[in-house]
Every structure is written in structure tokens, then in C-alpha cells.
Design a protein around this ligand. Sequence first.
Ligand SMILES: [Cu+2]
Length: 494
Amino acid sequence: MHSSATNRRDFLKLASATALMPSLKLDAQGRAEPPETGSQQAAYTLHIQNGLIEIGKNRFVSTTIFNGQFPGPLLRFREGEKTTVEIHNDTDIPEQLHWHGQNVPVDVDGAAEEGAPFVPAHGMRRISFVPKPSGLRFYHTHLRAGGDLNRGQYTGQVGPVYIEPKNHLGHYDREVFLTLKEFEPWFSHGGDMANDFLAGEEVKELKDHGESEMTASLKKGMPHGFEVNYRSFTINGHMLGHGEPVRVKQGERVLFHVLNGSATEIRSLALPGHTFSVVAMDGNPVPKPVQVPVLWLGTAERISAVVEMNHPGVWILGDTADDDRHHGMGIVVEYAGQQGKPQWTAPKPYKWNYLHFGNASGAASTPDEVFEMTFSKHNAALEGFNQWTINGTPFPDTRMMAPPLFHLKEGKRYRIRMRNTSDDTHPIHLHRHSFELTRIAGKTTSGVMKDVVMLGGYQEAEIDFVANNPGMTLFHCHQQLHMDFGFMCLFDYV
Ligand SMILES: [Cu+2]
């Protein structure tokens, strides 16, 4: 699971990496310990550095990581208690560290598009903030990678954050954190990503529009725009069969905190003979913690789910995509006293539907204003890369701030009505605010609070948020290729 102390020592020897900072205390599993309350010092020190990680036996990946390990150390905060973090950048490239899913000020948030300062190359930033809301969050780089697969979230710059809630997520015996991540990316024309797993109907008008534009482009002899593929797939930095198994006992209730740390991929997870009781999405408790056979997570989504260990054996907790699982996307779950080869059984096809977790009756509160947004793809328009637009406007491919497309007034409630004229699924993300799902797969809902939501190909969805955190606010698709090639816009407070 977590990189063991031995692996970490080996790594340090191999890579001659900077020593871990003394203020970062690690437990036996390589996780950082919770900060001391009231400490004037930095609770955590993070080092962005180039290094090697051993994802399989004698198989090392060279990438950019935090503190010599992948995933970065689990940072535990207490909701509402001010904390200080030092971010050192030991690389040659100015970096951004984004606190994903937290309602923090712009200068802490870590997105240059909003105006947050960079962590200078070979420099340091010391930031203080009040962690919130509670639950599973994460930190990751927020650099544009463009066509450079050694930058941005194609690297190993991902680590989990857990903000201790005032009320715990029901009854469980212990927590297991799982970070899903691919390595060794390459480009090809077109991809093979699952696209039929989300509940909801395609909207004919959106499909006609998207398909006619694609047909015109292909007729002109343009190939499909570039997509990213990966050679290796990992959970907690280890390919299936290479890390420590998750060791469980019969009757235990294990709370899995799953983070999709991918740059571009949608992931699924199943555990043969078991079901997941989803208690929180993106760290926020859901109104209805229903049981599901498969978890689906778009890029940057998180799910906290309890699994009752009532089916003894040695199992693969793995991706339902055979090819990705065969290339490492899985982890062994081993019951005490059981042995043998880890077993996999494919689950029945299952449609992922956010509606299951929300309040069925009663729509959400009425918004003060509705923003209409149409997302479009222009096939291979930017030197072979697809260009993305919001209402016809692509975000400029520079680090400069663009003029805000939408304006907010503090305290008002806004609805974003999203329409997708492309065949791709988009994990849509709003910075520094949480939003409520209000219309999904053609039905109204309420009560599910998130910061990333998947919008299916040619589908529509609506999300609401309250403008409660003044400052420039970035909205984008979290698929790195999409955000890097135009799929972003800014909101400002007026
Ligand atoms: Cu997208």
C-alpha cells in the first residue's frame, strides 16, 4: 500500500534525494502524523523534487514527486484550525501547489490563473490557512503541461489530505487511503476511454452538433486529436501484486478513501463478492449512503466508502477495464488466514448515477442567476491537439489571466447549466467553492455536495453554488489535456 520505510530508504540512496525535513514526522506506513495544535512552526513541509519511485519489482519511474515518495504524504488537518505549510520547490521549474476541494483564499489556492504566486524554482512559499470543509481533499500541481508529458499532473505530484470532521462518517474499524495513478504516458490519435458508464441520455441536438463538426474535420483529412495513454497503472504507487496487500479480518468494516489522482483518466473499482457503501463524495457526506457494486471516479474525484469484509479469500480490488488492471490498476485484499492467487471476477455492467446518493424529492433552492455554458471540441485544431471552448471562448494557452467570463456577487446563489457538445466525459471542477448537484441525467436532485462532477458525452447537467469566498475563481475540466487546451474560464466577484 504505502511505500514502506525500506523502500523509502532505498529510494533516498538511489536518487540521492534531499533528506526529509525534520518537521515532517512519518509513521511506520510513510504517512505524516497530524500536526500539533497551536504550533507556530509549519505543521507540514513539502518538497517538490525530481526522483525515482519503484512501482514494481526493479521497475523505477523517474518523475516529480513530493518528499521522495508517491503518493505525497497524507496530510491530516483539523477542520477550522489554522495551519501553516511550507512548500519547497527543489526543481528548476516554478510550480503551483493547489489545495483541491478547499475553500481557501486565492493566494493559498495555488492556481496562477486566479493570480496565486508561483513557488519559485529552488525557492519556498510558506502559507497559512484554515482547512475546510472536512473530509477527503488532496493537493496537486496546477501547472499547464500542454504537449509536455513531464509536467503538470502527468508527474507524481499528488497527495491526499484528510480534514478531520467534527462528526465521523459512521461506524468503521479502520481507514485505508488509496490513490489511483498512471505513469509513463504517451500520445496517440484517439483513445479508448469508457464512455457508456454514466446514467443519462444523450441529447439529440448536442449530438448532432458535435458529430457534424467532427465529420467535417475528418473529411478534411484531419486525424483525431491527441489523447494520452499510459504504460503503467498503480494504486498507492505500486502496480497490482507489487505493493503490500490490504490485510483485513472477517467482519471488519473498512473505510476506503479513494482518490483518482490521474491527469486524464476515469477510473472504476470493484472488489469481487463485496459491495461499497458510499458515505461521502469529494469528502462531503452524502444524503443517502447506498450500496453499489462498482465505484466510478472521474479525474480528481474522491469517494469514501465502507466495505464490510464478509467474503473471505484473497481478492483483487481492481479497475473493471481488463487492460488497465493487467497493467497494474489494482491492489490485493487479503483476509487473515487466507492464501493463494488473488482472484478477480468481473462485476455485471453497472451505470454510475449520482442521483442514487441524493435527495430524490424536492429540488434544491432556487438560484439568483443561471449561467448557461456550452462546451465544445474543435478536433485537432491546435497543432494536432483538440481545442476546447466554453461558449465559444477558449482559455488562452499562456499563464496570463484571461478576462472573467462570469461575474459573481457575494452571498448569491448561482446555477451553472452545462451542455456538452462533445462525445467525451468531462470531470468539471470549480475552485475554492463546493457545489450542489441539482439536475443530473434529466432529473432534479439535491443534497450531494461536490467539487468535481462528471458530465457525460452529449449530456446536460446542472450544479448550484453559493458565492461565499470572494476572489478570482477558476472553473475548468480537470482532464489535463482539456484544461490545457482551452477548457477553463474565470469567475470574478463584483
Ligand atoms: Cu474535459
